[in-house]
Design a protein. Structure first.
Length: 239
């Protein structure tokens, strides 16, 4: 009988030890998870303040999957950024995929290098044209990858076709007016309030791309405009 009691007490002690240990481990895991979540939120806040055009749905990922350690050091080897609701110049709701290397946070924050790919859909291009020339009715926008042009159906019933060509100069991309036809006949672009040259920058828009980025390539594809951007060492302004 006494032996059975001793065994029961020993089993109970082991059970209590295991229960307490499990509770401690669980609490530590929850605390670590909360700290990691907070660290990721802080890093995302730094980046979105430096590049506010990334939009509300921007996702910032830490390449080594340990944001808390990187934040404590104030140095992050690599950040991967994605957004499907960014704004670049006049272009709204563009898709951005970017990589930031050698990111330094805190006072004098900086980024060693940045590579980004921006995709502006035909819907985004249509909105940009309407914003640039509000007097022009834009019913649809398509692209002609073979010619490298953007085609906007304009005017009542889309009777006119405004042809735009992306131009890469001085590290920025603009849309140059290439011509206007109405019922297939060429007419002066002034008829629609569009002068020769390029659609100018939006009033109040920053003169430079964020994070020291400069456009290095532009391609017209079936789904819209694809712009490649790179940046060398640059301050992490606003972070």
């Amino acid at each position: 009988m006494k032996q059975r009691l001793r065994k029961a007490r020993a089993a109970l002690r082991r059970h209590l030890v295991l229960t307490v240990t499990a509770a401690v481990v669980l609490s530590a895991a929850v605390a670590a998870g909360a700290a990691e979540f907070t660290a990721r939120a802080v890093i995302r806040d730094h980046v979105t303040r430096a590049a506010p055009g990334l939009g509300e749905d921007a996702v910032v990922g830490v390449a080594d999957d340990w944001a808390l350690w990187d934040l404590a050091r104030g140095s992050i080897p690599r950040l991967d950024i994605s957004s499907d609701d960014a704004r670049v110049g006049r272009l709204p709701q563009v898709r951005v995929r970017a990589r930031l290397d050698d990111v330094r946070l805190g006072d004098g924050g900086s980024v060693g290098a940045t590579h980004a790919e921006v995709t502006a859909s035909t819907q985004s291009l249509a909105t940009a044209i309407r914003t640039a020339v509000p007097a022009v009715q834009v019913s649809a926008v398509t692209t002609d990858p073979a010619r490298g042009t953007v085609l906007a159906a304009v005017g009542p019933g889309g009777a006119g076709q405004l042809t735009l060509r992306p131009v890469l100069a001085d590290g920025k991309v603009t849309l140059a007016v290439d011509g206007l036809t109405v019922f297939g006949r060429a007419v002066p672009t002034s008829r629609l309030g569009v002068g020769d040259g390029a659609l100018g920058p939006q009033a109040g828009a920053p003169k430079e791309y964020p994070l020291g980025l400069k456009a290095t390539s532009v391609r017209v594809r079936a789904d819209g405009l694809h712009v490649g951007l790179t940046g060398g060492p640059a301050p992490l302004v606003g972070a």
